[in-house]
Design a protein around this ligand. Sequence first.
Ligand SMILES: NC(=O)C1=CN([C@@H]2O[C@H](COP(=O)(O)OP(=O)(O)OC[C@H]3O[C@@H](n4cnc5c(N)ncnc54)[C@H](OP(=O)(O)O)[C@@H]3O)[C@@H](O)[C@H]2O)[C@@H](O)CC1
Ligand SMILES: Nc1ncnc2c1ncn2[C@@H]1O[C@H](COP(=O)(O)OP(=O)(O)O)[C@@H](O)[C@H]1O
Ligand SMILES: [K+]
Length: 494
Amino acid sequence: MRETSQLPAPGSGAFVFTAQEIRELDADLARRDLLELTMEHAGARVAEVIHARFPTGPVLALAGGGANGGDTFVAARHLHALGREVYVLAQGTRHELAGRMRRRLEGLCPIELLTEERLCAGLSKTRVVLDGLLGTGFVPPLREELTQWIRRINEAGKTVVSLDLPTGLPSDTAGDGSDAERVRADLTLALVGFKPGLLFSEVGEVQVLDLGVPPALLERHAHASCITPEEVRALLPRRVRGAHKGTAGRVYVLGGRPGYTGAPSLTAYGALRAGSGLVALYSRAELPRHPVESMAHRIEDWNALTALPRPDAVALGMGLGEDSVPVARRVLSWKVPVVLDADALQSELRGAGHDAVVWTPHPGEAARLLGIGTGDITRDPFAAARALQLAYGGTVVLKGGPSVIATPGALRVCLAGNPGMATGGSGDVLSGVIAALLGAGLSAPEAAIAGVYLHAAAGDRAYARLGYGLIASDIAHEVAPAWHVLHQASSEIL
Ligand SMILES: NC(=O)C1=CN([C@@H]2O[C@H](COP(=O)(O)OP(=O)(O)OC[C@H]3O[C@@H](n4cnc5c(N)ncnc54)[C@H](OP(=O)(O)O)[C@@H]3O)[C@@H](O)[C@H]2O)[C@@H](O)CC1
Ligand SMILES: Nc1ncnc2c1ncn2[C@@H]1O[C@H](COP(=O)(O)OP(=O)(O)O)[C@@H](O)[C@H]1O
Ligand SMILES: [K+]
C-alpha cells in the first residue's frame, strides 16, 4: 500500500508521460532548439533540490550512457559550483548531448569509469547518491552489471536521490514489487511530470521538477493529468437562494439483499454528505442502518420501479447480488445519470450503457469486465481504464491508490487519498458522492472527477484524524467538510 507521504500535495496539476511521449516531447524540443536548454535546466534544478534538502557532505553521482546520465553531468557541475564535493562515476556514452555535458564537467571534478570496485569505494565515502544511470530509456530486462550495481547501492544505506526514475523501475507500468532489481530511492526528482511507474509502484517520495517547458507542449504530449482542487472547486454545484430539497438533486440508491445491507446505506450517506436534496433507498432487504435522513423502501419485486417518478440520478449495484443486471438494464433504459458499482459491474452490460453512466470498478471488477487478470489491470491502470471506457462507454473510474479516470477524451489521476481508505465500504461511499454530483447536474466526466477528488480529500481528512483505524462512514462524514473547505477557499490557499 502507498504511504500517505509519498505523493506530492494534491494541489499539483502535474502531467503524466510515458517513455514514448517523453521521446516525442524531446524530439519536439530538439526541433525548436530547446532540448539542450532543457537538459541544462534539469541538471540545475536537481542540484538545487539536492543542495537544499541535503546541504552537507559529499555527493556520489552515477551517470549512465544516455540522457539520464547527461542530466547527471549537469547536476554535478551545478553542485560543484555550489561548493559541494562531487565524485562522478560514469558509463561510456555515445549520446551526443550527454557527451557535451560530460566535456563541460571534465576538469572541474573527477569523472571515472563506473566499475563495481569504484562504486563500492565511492559509496563508503559519500553522504548522498545521485542515481542517474537509467531513466525513461530503460528497456527491460536489466543487464547483469546493472543488477550488481543496484544491489550495492541498496545495501549501502545512503540517502539516494534518483533522477527522473529509480534505475530499474519501468517507466510505463507498475513495478513488480520486487526491490532487488531497482534502486530504492528516498527521493525521485521526476522531470516535467510523473511517469506511470512512479504513480503505481512503491517508490518513496516523488517531486516533479518544472523545467520551463512551454505548457502547450506539455499538454500536447501528455498521457494523463492530475486532478487539481481548483478545477474541482469550479465544478462543485452551487445552490441558488431559493433552492429546496427537490432542486438539489434526487438520488435513488438501488442495492442490498438479505445479509448485504450495509453497502447501500453507506452509499446513501455519501450522497447526502455530497449535497443530495433527497435520497431514497430501494432494496429487497430491510436496511436497518440507513441514514434517518434517507427514505428506505423494501420492495418485493423490482417491477415496482416502473411506477416510481424518475430521479435525477441513480447509484446501483452495491450489495445487490444477481438482481443487478436486470435492474441495471431497466434503469439504463430511463436514460437518467447512473453510477454502476459492485455487483452491477458485469460484462453482460457491455453495450447497454449511455454517456451519463459512471462505471466504478476496483481492479478485481475491472478484470472481470475485461475478461483479463487483475495483475493486467494493476500493471497499467491507465491502459485498463482506457480499455474499459472504449468497451463500455460513459466514464470509467478505476479505483485504487491512486484512482484513475477515463473520460471519452482524457485520462486523469487523483493524487489525493491514502491507504487508510483501503477499508470495506469506502467504494460504496464514493458511488454515493458521484451520484449526488450527477443528480445536481454535473456531466458524467465532471461528476467522476469531482467525486473521486472529494472522496479522496475526505479520506485524507479522516486519516489525519483517525489514521488507519478510519472506517467508511468516517469518509462519508468528512465529505461535507472537505466540500465546504473547497467551496469557501480562495484560490490562493488551495
Ligand atoms: N523532456 C524531458 O523530460 C527530458 C528528459 N531528459 C532525460 O532523458 C532521459 C531519457 O534519456 P534516454 O532516452 O537517453 O535514456 P536513458 O534513460 O538515459 O537510458 C539510456 C541508456 O540506458 C541503457 N540501457 C537501456 N536499457 C538497458 C538495460 N536493460 N540494461 C542496462 N542498460 C540499459 C542504454 O544503453 P545502450 O542500449 O545504448 O547500450 C543507454 O545507455 C530521461 O529519463 C531524462 O533523464 C533530459 O535529458 C531532457 C529533457
Ligand atoms: N491505498 C489507497 N490510496 C488511495 N485510495 C485508496 C487506497 N486504497 C483504497 N482507496 C480508495 O478506497 C476505495 C475502495 O473502494 P472499493 O475497493 O470498491 O471498496 P469497497 O468495495 O469495500 O467499497 C476507492 O475509492 C479507492 O480509490
Ligand atoms: K535514474
